[in-house]
Design a protein around this ligand. Structure first.
Ligand code: ARG
Length: 562
């Protein structure tokens, strides 16, 4: 049951649509005031009356019934109390019916969303800087899928640019097949770092690197073979991490894929009179829009990151006919996206409005940031492994007899990394702290997982027959708070999609886990009598189902036991 709609449909307000009313209805922070509230402030203008008066009038008119028990006006708000028993019956039966699909919908049916995320750079280590795009993008991918959209996950690989010339130069000078085969991406990274160190005193290296890159572009077989090999090694390495994080892609078309698709873009820009020469380079002037020019071709004729992104956007529109194309990329690239979105708009692509830069803040580690060039980079794989190890130690200490400790530690450790990167509003800069993300009593995934294990263990001790309920009792406050929380799940998923904000789902998990724990400690479950017992067991099962669905959207698994 959609209570907000239910209320809105019974509350006609002149000049305001049912949808608008439904959207205005909120859940008050303090449930003593009501379960739902309609702030009447925004109607004051249309109705030309004070919000307080409007609330009073609406309260008089609202037909209370078996679903909504009361409607009371307080200081410009209209507060509703739902029939507790009705809500309990509705929610539990819906969750029972929908199971793994609870929270999903079909609003996205027939629509396509492209999500460009992770988009790692070839031959560079998968460092903590790529954690957010990977887990936020992965969560959005699952969330939109859950809402019925066709989702296309795209890993726009950074596989184009002079750095590959540098790498070939470094490899030829100081590397060999065996070294790289053994060391993988770490060996490649060391070669890259060495190149920069040596180039400081030997500038000729830069020229050599440029020459090598030119060879790649011209299709020199030796250079291409090396480049393809570096790419293969990188993908093998990052795929290990994607597997751990439950991440998948439908396309790995990276920057080099667009090599032969940029000329038509340049031609079209020229035809439309958008291209200008500036100091030998070809640019689109964006002065009028308060932005520096978007450079399309350098003076030597080579393309840029933006040129490739424009070709990619056009290709994606043609190939997938998306309704939206999201770019999950750090806010450092704000200007880049604003620029090339604008240029596409100026080209007359009306779909440029459907391109969205989903920007997020920086993740740094407690012990300082990193830079690939200098070499003091933090590998994501190491971060994950360290979390899994730490998780193992805590679990082993708390519950030495636990079965499948390795498996549990894996779920807990990986979950901690994901949740740590997802929990805050995505635009915030965050500092990753091992102790914080693995705190059993904090706002963490392990806290949520622990609540799940607790629920599972209660259910395991009950008989299936115990779940059959004859008459739903009127829920007590702890039960009711929990029911209200889990009933919000479908709305939370929609809001997370609408705002591109998986943190809503993460916060929802913590909220539900906290309410479940309160219920668990305050109310007897297995020792309760008959209907109360059956009801509490059903509520426990519904909570577990909801938390599992929510965590799954984030890519986090739930151990059966902890
Ligand atoms: N490879 C880029 C980086 O690591 C991110 C690419 C994002 N996607 C895009 N279409 N520009 O910074």
């Amino acid at each position: 049951m959609d209570y907000k709609r239910y209320i809105a449909e019974r509350l006609p307000v002149d000049g305001v649509s049912v949808n608008e009313i439904a959207e205005t209805i909120a859940v008050p922070p303090d449930s003593d005031m009501g379960d739902y509230a309609l702030p009447c402030f925004r109607f004051a203008k249309v109705l030309r009356r004070s919000p307080a008066l409007i609330a009073e009038e609406l309260a008089q008119r609202f037909p209370v019934d078996g679903v909504i028990e009361s409607a009371v006006a307080v200081n410009g708000y209209l507060n509703f109390k739902v029939n507790k028993k009705g809500l309990a019956e509705e929610t539990l039966s819906r969750i029972g019916r929908e199971g793994e699909r609870y929270g999903s919908s079909s609003v996205g049916a027939g629509k396509t969303i492209c999500i460009d995320y992770s988009s790692v750079n070839i031959a560079k280590p998968f460092h903590i800087g790529h954690l957010s795009t990977t887990v936020i993008g992965g969560a959005l991918y699952r969330i939109f899928n859950f809402l019925g959209y066709r989702t296309v996950g795209i890993n726009h690989l950074g596989d184009y640019g002079t750095q590959f010339g540098k790498l070939i130069s470094a490899y030829t000078r100081w590397g060999n097949r065996e070294l790289v085969e053994r060391g993988g991406i770490r060996a490649l990274n060391e070669l890259y770092v060495r190149f920069h160190r040596e180039a400081e005193s030997d500038p000729a290296l830069e020229d050599e690197a440029r020459a090598y890159f030119k060879k790649i572009e011209e299709g020199d077989p030796e250079c291409l073979k090396l480049f393809e090999w570096f790419k293969e090694l990188t993908l093998k390495d990052v795929n290990k991490i994607y597997d751990l994080l439950g991440i998948r892609f439908d396309s790995y078309a990276g920057e080099s894929f667009y090599q032969d698709k940029m000329q038509p873009v340049v031609d079209e820009l020229r035809e439309k009179g958008l291209l200008q020469e500036s100091r030998g380079a070809q640019i689109v002037d964006l002065d009028e829009y308060g932005m520096p020019p978007c450079i399309i071709l350098k003076s030597d004729g080579s393309s840029l990151y933006a040129t490739r992104d424009m070709a990619a956007a056009i290709y994606r529109k043609k190939t997938y006919d998306f309704d939206k194309c999201l770019y999950v990329v750090a806010y450092q690239q704000n200007l880049h996206f604003k620029q090339f979105f604008k240029v596409l708009e100026l080209m007359g692509k009306d779909w440029a409005k459907d391109l969205v830069h989903v920007a997020y803040g920086m993740v740094s580690l407690e012990d300082g940031a990193m830079a690939t060039r200098k070499g003091n980079v933090v590998f994501l794989e190491d971060v994950i492994n360290k979390c899994v190890e730490k998780a193992y130690r805590v679990i082993d200490e708390k519950n030495p007899d636990l079965r499948k400790k390795d498996e549990v530690a894996q779920k807990v450790g990986v979950g901690a990394v994901i949740f740590g990167a997802l929990y805050n509003n995505k635009i915030k800069d965050v500092t990753f702290s091992y102790d914080k993300v693995l705190n059993f009593d904090g706002e963490t995934s392990v806290y949520v997982q622990y609540a799940c294990a607790r629920a599972a263990s209660v259910l395991a001790r009950a008989d299936a027959a115990d779940l059959s309920l004859r008459e739903t009792p009127v829920p007590c406050p702890q039960e009711f708070e929990l029911i209200k929380a889990i009933a919000e799940f479908p709305d939370v998923v929609s809001a997370a999609a609408e705002k591109y904000e998986p943190s809503y789902v993460a916060r929802f998990c913590v909220d539900v886990a906290q309410k479940f724990n309160k219920f668990y400690f305050d109310c007897k479950i297995l020792q309760a009598e008959e209907d109360a017992r059956a009801f509490r067991l059903s509520l426990t099962a519904a909570t577990l189902r909801t938390l599992k669905n929510a965590l799954a959207l984030l890519g986090i698994g739930v151990p059966e036991e902890m």
